[in-house]
Design a protein around this ligand. Structure first.
Ligand SMILES: [Zn+2]
Length: 291
């Protein structure tokens, strides 16, 4: 099945793929092991920074090796591609999905670049995710939520989103309905009423960024209400990596990396498995491979 078909199946059946950021080999390994144990299709993604660290060819080759060895549905995504050139390189390089984040640009400029990328991507069977309303926060552990009044003023407007999608032809829209990047002492709440209104007006797939630290009930309901086929998770993986590594190093004078890393991989794998179950994508790989 191609990317479009997998996302369509997810939409029709009311589940979502986890989009997990892989900044290095150990994180990639954890994601793949979780996908395998859960028999779940997953999206493995790199931000621009993670991509630079990993190397485009190395990242894509690694994913290809896993696909062949384990018969897994692993789609690749460039997460928050910052500009035309970076996104074009990902399309030409062989990513399955490319997210162009033009939310900081003037509207017309965002439309122009997104539209150009959609035209180029579709010739290669690549899907484009677009963003018009900046999703606040960043992939860190935060103490305080941003001022809620300030944030909700920037939530996705159904009518404007419909116009943006019609103008650009994007495949996936990154919606902003209270989801924030990063984790917070108090979980941000999703505006599910707004999601209903956006769903009525906007015909494309949706992605939900900020999948770390949201309330489980909100995420489940959101996937049922709207065509959310992709939920991004980064911060919880980074925290599992760092916290576990610190603990391992504290209790040992081991210097062989391959002996230090297994508990780190296991901790990240556990987070990914829990997210897969929350998004309802467990056991969906068999289903994709047989149909
Ligand atoms: Zn994001």
């Amino acid at each position: 099945m191609n990317t479009q078909e997998i996302l369509t199946k997810a939409k029709n059946e009311g589940w979502a793929l986890g989009a997990f950021n892989a900044g290095n080999l150990e994180i990639a390994k954890a994601i793949v092991q979780a996908a395998q144990s859960q028999q779940a299709p997953v999206i493995m993604e790199t931000s621009a920074g993670e991509l630079e660290h990993f190397g485009l060819k190395n990242f894509l080759s690694l994913v290809e090796n896993y696909r062949q060895d384990l018969s897994l549905n692993v789609l690749t995504n460039l997460d928050h591609g910052p500009g035309l050139e970076e996104c074009q390189a990902a399309i030409e390089g062989g990513y399955n999905l490319v997210h162009f984040d033009g939310s900081s640009l003037p509207y017309e400029e965002n439309v122009k670049i997104t539209k150009a990328l959609v035209e180029q991507a579709h010739q290669k069977g690549v899907l484009i995710e677009a963003e018009m309303d900046k999703i606040l926060g960043d992939s860190k552990n935060h103490a305080e939520l941003p001022e809620s009044t300030q944030a909700s003023a920037n939530y996705t407007d159904p009518q404007k989103a419909a116009e943006f999608v019609a103008q650009t032809g994007c495949d996936i829209l990154a919606i902003f309905i209270g989801n924030l990047h990063g984790t917070y002492q108090q979980s941000p709440r999703l505006d599910l009423e707004r999601l209903k209104l956006i769903t009525e007006k906007v015909p494309c797939f949706f992605s939900l960024h900020g999948g770390s630290g949201l309330l489980e009930e909100d995420v489940k309901k959101a996937i049922q209400i709207g065509p959310i086929v992709k939920v991004n998770v980064n911060t919880e993986l980074r925290l599992a990596y760092r916290n576990t590594l610190e603990n391992v190093l504290k209790g040992s004078d081991e210097i062989a990396v391959y002996k230090i890393m297994p508990p780190v991989v296991a901790a990240i794998q556990k987070v990914v498995e829990e997210k897969i179950q929350l998004f309802g994508s467990q056991q969906k790989s068999l289903n994709l491979n047989n149909s």
